[in-house]
Ligand binder design. Structure first.
Ligand code: KG4
Ligand code: ZN
Length: 363
């Protein structure tokens, strides 16, 4: 297949002027995301203006198994990906001919699931003759902070908290993202999901615990706040185990009576641990801005305390709207825009990967 004649991205302004980069050029990026259990496509203009963002969630399919089943996820992505891309384009009011570039997540995530998005993106890039860039999922979560706003002051620290990660990312400038802390064991979303399952709550457990915690006392149970001395790394397995041990000792009646307090106390411990490292790192690196990303950043208690405590420290604080914290493709398109603006184009032979550090993003 020969593909269409090659089109180039309009020349962008210098990367250091990124807060206003490409204003007036109207560069349209189609983002595609299939790393886990959401099939997503989005159309983003100039790296920040979301023209459309379509997400087909598979949560209902995986719920009865208590977690994501990789084979089911891949098959579902195959069925959904073309429809979701068509939906995103229809909602944006644009046609394929107006797409200037394509960005797709190539890892970390479920390899079979990632392959579906990668193949769709490669096929479209060849057919349209537009540049293609492969994006790191965590980098994309950081770039959710560039959506729907005009300026982001770098350097800033972004805490990406999801079902698979607790990554503290120091954003120096586009193309220079440094991982200054990460989890040594479980991710916070994973801990939320496991504790919720034990409490008899449906998957995914994070939003369930969030909701029930609103009626509980966060100081009722003294769960541990694990730390790794001398680093900004995280650990959640001890906290998760403490919650499991606590719950296992309760009778069904006691559990029912204490449910809001258990949820509130567990959530408070997670938030304490997350914010402690974030603000300590913000001080050490002397950043003026902090932000959040990833599905757990949809947590209401984390968001509220993050804003309050950042304000008390005189820091600018930003959290993307919940829809852009959870997996979506607008964040992929935003990051992809800046990658393409810097000439970070991926060849058609790029591969997907299940685990890999942030530096893999610069393939
Ligand atoms: O970023 P994401 O959509 O997918 C991954 O890349 O993992 O994050 C999903 C995770 C799940 O573990 C889910 O329980 C958690 O985010 N989550 C929450 C909330 N909403 C989603 N955790 C706590 N509170 C919430 N409101
Ligand atoms: Zn994610």
């Amino acid at each position: 297949m020969g593909g269409a004649a090659r089109r180039r991205l309009p020349a962008c302004l210098a990367p250091e002027r990124y807060s206003l980069a490409c204003v007036g050029n109207s560069v349209i990026i189609l983002g595609i995301e299939t790393s886990c259990d959401e099939t997503a496509a989005a159309v983003v203009e100039d790296g920040w203006r979301v023209l459309s963002s379509s997400v087909a969630s598979q949560i209902e399919l995986h719920r009865r198994f208590g977690g994501v089943v990789p084979e089911i996820a891949s098959r579902q992505h195959v069925e959904a990906v073309n429809h979701v891309i068509e939906d995103a384009l229809a909602n944006s009011g644009l046609g394929l001919a107006e797409v200037d570039g394509i960005a797709v997540t190539n890892g970390p995530g479920l390899e079979g699931a990632l392959l579906v998005g990668a193949c769709a993106a490669k096929g479209l890039a060849v057919a349209l003759g537009v540049p293609l860039t492969a994006a790191h999922h965590i980098e994309a979560h950081v770039y959710a902070n560039f959506l729907e706003r005009h300026a982001v002051l770098a350097p800033f620290l972004c805490l990406v908290v999801s079902g698979g990660h607790a990554d503290l990312v120091l954003f120096h400038e586009h193309g220079r993202l440094e991982l200054v802390g990460e989890t040594r064991d479980d991710a916070p979303g994973e801990a939320f999901d496991k504790v919720a399952r034990l409490l008899g709550l449906p998957y995914p457990g994070g939003p369930e615990i969030d909701q029930i915690a609103a009626g509980g006392n966060p100081a009722a149970i003294a769960f541990p706040r694990p730390r790794w001395e001398g680093s900004y790394d995280y650990s959640f397995s001890g906290l998760k185990t403490a919650a499991v041990r606590y719950v296992e000792r309760l009778s069904p009646e006691e559990l029912a009576g204490q449910l809001p307090d258990i949820c509130a106390s567990f959530q408070e411990a997670v938030v304490d641990v997350l914010l402690r490292n974030l603000f300590a790192a913000a001080e050490e690196y002397g950043v003026g801005s902090v932000c959040l990303g990833g599905g757990v950043a949809a947590n209401s208690r984390l968001r509220a305390r993050f804003y309050q405590e950042a304000l008390a420290r005189g820091l600018c604080a930003w959290v993307p709207p919940s829809a852009f914290c959870l997996d979506n493709a607008a964040m992929v398109a935003a990051g992809g825009y800046y990658r393409l603006a810097q000439g970070l184009e991926s060849g058609l032979d790029f591969d997907v990967f299940s685990v890999g550090p942030l530096s893999r993003a610069s393939l």
